[in-house]
Design a protein around this ligand. Structure first.
Ligand code: ZN
Length: 317
């Protein structure tokens, strides 16, 4: 039975992105009851980003007295035990090796702070109250500026891997010796099916620049856009077939900004998938539900799931 005290619990969830920090107070049902947004700052460096994170947290704490903990979703390889960024800091300038929890715990010593990779945190949200809430196992892919991923089972939670690099689906090699990736490899999935990848495909094909959303919106009027999107749907479906064969999950959730234009490519991708995969049974493919809010909600879930009640300070009077 759920105790009344549990229903009333609230946590802070922070979605740290390359352009903005979105923070919210989330209740035990997964609803965002307060939210604020601040610029992350371009090229300001880790100290300033940490300062801005602290300001967002401080502002949220001012709105709600009884917060059980703080969760943060960050780009990069994240050591979730230590709350630190490892060798790759994603799209935040000089973010690698930042001790997120260590620094923020000095500012907020009375709160337990948890840090996870942003795509993993988005997966937690979908598994909690979103598209995969009824699935015992699922893979989540986030298709945005880059490509993130999350591997989840109800029994084990998120699969982090030995070096906290599991679920980095965007860096699976799709085309050996293909386009150079920011990770150092060549031909990574991310270079083809992310927003940036799609824009690069268009440029490679036409010599002209076109924004990702414009490529999708001109599917019916621009032959080049059509070809780029067909290639995108093909690449995505091939990779999804690989995921099915590697993990045999109950479902696969696709989120990230590109899902907003799914009316244009979803059916094509499913059709390709059915043509290529050896067995179409067994894996449900569904779009994510929470999109922009998944980071905040999932980060709060990270806190809710990991709070050690014995170490909690009572709220200050
Ligand atoms: Zn890569």
């Amino acid at each position: 039975m759920v105790k009344e005290a549990d229903i009333l619990r609230k946590a802070i969830g922070i979605d740290l992105g390359g352009t903005k920090i979105s923070g919210g107070i989330v209740n035990a049902q997964g609803e965002i009851i307060e939210r604020i947004e601040r610029d992350t700052g371009k090229k300001v460096g880790s100290t300033e980003v940490l300062n801005r994170l602290a300001l967002v947290i401080n502002e949220l704490l001012g709105k709600e007295r009884d917060i059980v903990g703080i969760g943060i979703g960050s780009p990069g390889f994240i050591d979730t035990i230590e709350g630190k960024v490892l060798t790759v800091g994603g799209n935040i300038y000089k973010w690698a090796f930042t001790d997120i929890r260590g620094n923020l715990s000095r500012v907020f010593p009375q709160y337990q702070i948890f840090v996870g990779n942003d795509a993993n945190v988005a997966g937690l949200c979908e598994g909690w109250i979103g598209a995969s809430k009824d699935l015992d196992s699922f893979i989540m892919m986030t298709l945005g500026t880059g490509v993130g991923g999350c591997i989840y089972t109800k029994n084990e939670g998120i699969w982090h891997g030995k070096n906290f690099q599991a679920g980095e689906l965007g860096h699976a090699i799709l085309y050996p010796n293909g386009r150079k990736c920011t990770c150092g490899q060549k031909g990574c999935l991310e270079q083809y099916i992310s927003g940036t990848g799609i824009e690069n495909s268009y440029k490679e094909q036409t010599g002209m620049k076109k924004r990702g959303e414009d490529i999708f919106s001109t599917y019916n009027t621009d032959e080049n856009s059509k070809k780029v999107i067909e290639d995108f749907a093909f690449n995505l479906s091939v990779f999804i077939s690989t995921m099915k064969n590697a993990f045999d999950p109950q479902g696969l959730v696709i989120g990230g900004g590109i899902i907003n234009s799914r009316d244009i490519w979803w059916d094509l991708m499913i059709e390709n998938y059915k043509n290529y995969v050896n067995d179409t049974n067994g894996m449900t493919i569904v779009p994510a539900i929470y999109l922009n809010d998944a980071g905040i909600i999932g980060a709060s879930k990270l806190a809710f799931d990991n709070i050690n009640e014995a170490l909690r300070f009572p709220p200050l009077l």
